[in-house]
Design a protein around this ligand. Structure first.
Ligand code: ADP
Ligand code: MG
Length: 683
């Protein structure tokens, strides 16, 4: 391949070495063992392979609409081939009155069939019929430059002619391969590209999935070992602040689950080792108070503590509720976000550095290098899944010894995901809601019943409650969302007489101040109704709100709806979640709505969500190096995941530092993997 096309391959698909090419797996295989005679093509078939003589190569159209048309015929009929992109390039490379073999997807237009952007090659008596062929992903840019799927097949074919078994390092020892019936690595790679049967394809894919998951489990297992060996600050006592708060300022009795988690945290931080704990608790289970009391524990032992939330609004809310809880104790709490600037910011930075500010609440802004603590002892991270793994790592550098870390998540994490994403953390669960809560009633309704829904909302508001009305997220490009939010807002203003009711609105296009002002009107009870996008999704706490109306609910994911529903049912009143959908919705949306109506169990919902959506989209896991699997899918391959977890634990208990000779290839593979994901040391 020439330098120009080589460069294109690198920039488009990050392929620049033989190895990269080897790991560019086909995503499916095409059956090219048959040549269909043109007159016998079944218009209903998906793809077809034909052979014949090419004639009438003509260009038509102007500028961007330019296209290339050619006809290919055999003794039974003729069919048109079309190119919309790269017409110039194709025109140069095709010859009339020459025989070609052609493979592509059939289009049927007004009863006439054609093939657009086919794979096409000269066809002589000696040309072999391709047989089962790998299909690789390529990009538009590559295709236009003539680097088609067929070119990839040629490259990989040529590559396999060049290399042999010894060129591919086997990372799994013979013991492991035997024990788990896995084929060799070279064989697997060869069969992934060129399986000679479906069985071999399965064996090959299974082996590479196994390897992916095994490496990731090893990586996690080693992290866990590192954690347990990591020295940490010793919180030796429960001191005055903790006790004073507990005795005099705690506004309610802790639930047993909250007490248990606090005990676990005290145990962890009292060992002299660094704590890395994940706190799972459904929305409304009362994680904030646990975080606060853990922070007081840090202060009692002479340390600073911080709590970090993924959005401005959330960190503000944490800030207000923590400041209020501590208001009578004379402990200063300050807020540091990207919006805190100038003199105030300087002051906070100074106070953090000299240790006079002991509790700080903030966003990612806390991670910036110029935020220096005198002695950070505990970092609480709320709603973890919005933070990348790399960001957790930055906390390590905030003190000479890494702080204790408490990660809190309101989205219950299905077991498979917990094993891959958080396998290195200890887990605490708050599995009990504060007493006196009535389960939220969830109702599915359709646009045609809007009048009734709105009347219901008004009735609730008249009782003194507040209501949320949530619209799908506004993204920069999504003008429609914005328009429907505004239209909705206008409608709500009509439903709720403006003279009598007050309506606030928050969305992503407002600047921070405006959004904050509106949010506060609702939080303080000045607004009866909050019209919003999902910016309010996580964490916001308004106990007096009793109705959550989700507009276009068919467009929301399960976990998202569950989070939104968790915004109500926080007080003693009966609360409602109304899922309003269009009159016609897809089967999948219907299923999601039904799940929401049938359960409020966050774990169950998370499992369903994972099964329906797959792990890639959830929890922002795409950014996490831990989750970058080429082939494996933690839902579909959960049995392999379990198997590799056991295997990894066994291997590490036998050779924790991977120093034994037979484990050297593994060690190497891991260090390569670490290089890719840049997270050598994370919490
Ligand atoms: P989340 O776990 O979703 O972050 P919060 O910490 O925001 O939940 O708590 C939800 C609400 O429950 C808050 O209003 C909080 O004051 C209240 N709460 C927390 N713990 C208790 C408890 N033990 N008893 C009564 N109310 C509680
Ligand atoms: Mg919370």
């Amino acid at each position: 391949m020439g330098p120009q096309r080589g460069e294109l391959l690198r920039s488009e698909l990050e392929i620049s070495t033989f190895e990269d090419l080897l790991y560019h797996y086909p995503y499916r295989y095409a059956d090219r063992s048959q040549i269909t005679r043109i007159g016998f093509i079944d218009p209903k078939s998906d793809s077809v392979q034909i052979a014949g003589t090419l004639v009438n190569i003509t260009e038509d159209g102007e500028g961007r609409k330019k296209r290339l048309i050619a006809t290919i015929y055999d003794e039974t009929g003729r069919i048109e081939l079309l190119w919309f992109q790269g017409a110039q390039w194709m025109k140069k490379s095709l010859k009339e009155n020459t025989r070609y073999i052609v493979y592509g997807k059939l289009n049927v237009f007004n009863g006439i069939i054609n093939i657009a952007h086919p794979e096409i090659e000269p066809w002589t008596a000696e040309t072999a019929i391709p047989g089962r062929q790998p299909v690789y992903s390529t990009t538009e840019k590559l295709r236009v430059r003539g680097i088609t799927n067929r070119s990839f097949a040629k490259l990989t074919q040529a590559l396999f002619e060049k290399i042999q078994q010894t060129d591919v390092i086997e990372v799994l020892s013979a013991d492991i391969r035997n024990k788990y019936t896995l084929c060799g690595r070279f064989q697997a790679l060869k069969w992934i590209h060129y399986p000679d049967s479906e069985e071999h394809e399965y064996i090959a894919r299974h082996r590479m999935k196994w390897e992916e998951l095994f490496l990731s489990q090893l990586q996690i297992g080693r992290l866990r070992l590192q954690h347990t060996a990591q020295q940490g600050w010793h919180f030796s006592k429960v001191g005055d602040l903790f006790n004073e708060f507990f005795n005099d300022h705690l506004p309610f009795q802790l639930t047993n689950a909250q007490k248990r988690v606090l005990r676990e945290i005290r145990q962890d931080t009292g060992t002299g080792k660094q704590m890395n704990r994940l706190l799972q608790g459904d929305v409304g289970s009362g994680k904030t108070i646990v975080a606060l009391m853990s922070m007081l524990l840090a202060l009692d032992n002479g340390f600073q503590a911080c709590i970090m939330a993924p959005t401005e609004i959330l960190s503000q809310q944490h800030f207000y509720s923590i400041a209020e809880l501590l208001s009578e104790m004379g402990i200063a709490v300050k807020l540091l976000t990207g919006n805190v600037k100038g003199k105030i910011r300087k002051e906070i930075l100074q106070e953090l550095a000299d240790g006079s500010l002991r509790i700080v609440v903030g966003t990612h802004a806390l991670l910036e290098d110029n935020v220096q603590f005198k002695n950070l002892g505990l970092a609480v991270i709320d709603e973890q899944h919005r933070f990348g793994v790399g960001q957790r790592a930055r906390l390590w550098k905030k003190n000479e010894m890494p702080p204790h870390i408490l990660v809190m998540t309101a989205t219950p994490i299905p077991r498979t995901l917990a094993m891959t994403m958080y396998g290195d953390l200890e887990v605490s669960v708050i599995d009990e809601l504060p007493p006196g809560r009535q389960p939220i009633k969830t109702i599915a309704s359709k646009d045609s019943h809007r009048t009734r829904v709105m009347e219901f909302l008004r009735k609730e508001v008249d009782k003194g409650r507040q209501a949320y009305i949530v619209y799908p997220l506004i993204e920069e490009s999504e003008k429609m969302d914005y328009e429907s939010l505004m239209a909705g807002y206008e409608q709500v203003k009509i439903w709720f007489n403006e003279n009598k009711y007050r309506i606030a609105m928050v969305h992503g296009r407002q600047d921070g101040d405006e959004r904050e002002r509106n949010m506060q009107r609702f939080v303080k009870g000045e607004a009866n109704v909050l019209v919003a996008t999902t910016v309010i999704e996580v964490g916001v706490n308004v106990p007096n709100a009793s109705v959550m109306l989700i507009e276009s609910a068919e467009r929301f994911g399960l976990s998202q709806m569950h989070q939104l529903r968790g915004r109500v049912g926080r007080g003693a009143e009966q609360s409602y979640c109304i899922l309003l959908t269009g009159n016609k919705i897809s089967e999948e949306s219907y299923k999601r709505i039904q799940i929401m109506v049938s359960t409020t169990d966050g774990f169950k919902i998370a499992e369903e969500d994972l099964a329906m959506r797959g792990p890639g989209d959830m929890y922002g896991t795409k950014q996490s190096g831990l989750m970058k699997f080429k082939l494996a899918d933690i839902v579909q391959d959960s049995d392999i995941l379990e198997e590799t977890r056991v295997a990894a634990l066994q291997l590490l208990s036998d050779d924790p530092a991977l120093t034994k000779p037979q484990n050297q290839p593994l060690r190497y593979a891991l260090s390569e993997k670490n290089k890719q994901s840049h997270w050598g040391k994370i919490s």
